[in-house]
Design a protein around this ligand. Sequence first.
Ligand SMILES: *Cc1c(COP(=O)(O)O)cnc(C)c1O
Length: 405
Amino acid sequence: MKQSYLESHPDEKGFFGKYGGSFIPPVLEGPFAEITKAYKELKNSPAFIEELKYVRKHYQGRPTPISFAKNLTEHCGGAKIYLKREDLNHSGAHKLNHCMAEVILAKHLGKKKVIAETGAGQHGVALATAAAYFGLECEIHMGEVDIQKEHPNVVRMKILGANVIPATHGLKTLKEAVDSAFESYVPQADTAIYCIGSVVGPHPFPMMVRDFQSVIGFEAKEQFFEHEDRLPDNIVACVGGGSNAMGIFSAFIDDKEVNLYGVEPMGRGEKLGDHSATLTYGSEGVMHGFNSIMLKDANGEPAPVYSIGSGIDYPSVGPEQAYLKEIGRTKVGLSNDEEAVDAFYKLSQLEGIIPALESAHAVAYAMKLARELPKDKTILVNLSGRGDKDIDFVVENYPIPNAKF
Ligand SMILES: *Cc1c(COP(=O)(O)O)cnc(C)c1O
């Protein structure tokens, strides 16, 4: 029998075509090999699967529903728009799908502590939540600049019991937080585990996080049949590192008739530094321990990136996203700040759902697609998170529209 796409990707060394792999200093090879080995054993262990199912159902709030966005569909006047409601996960986004699983893995390995970096603080909050639930210590590294910018998430992490360590060198943002987390992890690898926040980083993380997130797609496939009695014609998800997109895509990769769109942020324009559209404008390069497509500056270093969605401004992208685009299985969509804010308000006022600004990029692209497609076509959007975290920023910078759409 022919192997499914998921069974046959990545290869043994963690490559999706030429992308992925593991480019790490020798001191990290041992600890990462231990994680790979543990994951391979655990992923088929009935006890592990049972425990994960239990927490997803009784703590996290899965399955999350699929909602038909009737009013938004009528507003756009074309294809039907459906939403996979990852905003309804405990803590407000899809990130808990892999954080809970990573912490269960840590527990099975007998570890006492989880260590990670965070950019905007979303991954830090999700990991701190999972660590609190399972009674593990949590150490989060965050750039000093981000600590100033993302104050509410820093407070949340501390309330949840995490130790937030500022990265004080260089530009004091995400890259420095990664360096700081790796540095702290090496001498603690016997008792701690490193937990990444997306389908990025060295092998096995892109594979492992994809597998943990794939629950989104497998649920959605069944649920969509309840609505339409067939597969969706199009699936749309925003892409930062690519975990919510891989989560929903993974169940449909072998279904060639389903179009898969990963939406990148065009920010304020095409100039380097004004967007974070890595797959669109980037080129091949190694960063944070894996080979992928990245946005580079004149010196070949990771370029500054920007998006109104603070969880999708990353200068690289998960290797599997790069691969699927290269083989033509996925397409890239683009939404800019303005379009995302418009979708943010439209979804709020037409459907009663305030989306995360990251997810609003996917909604905005789905709205464009819906207008171009006939009424008998369908679009399933992965609504990766809720927008409570974004409300103050949005209303301060973009007045609430008072016209009824
Ligand atoms: C972190 C985050 C993202 C971006 O991460 P991916 O790995 O690309 O999914 C998107 N949406 C929300 C709500 C997030 O918190």
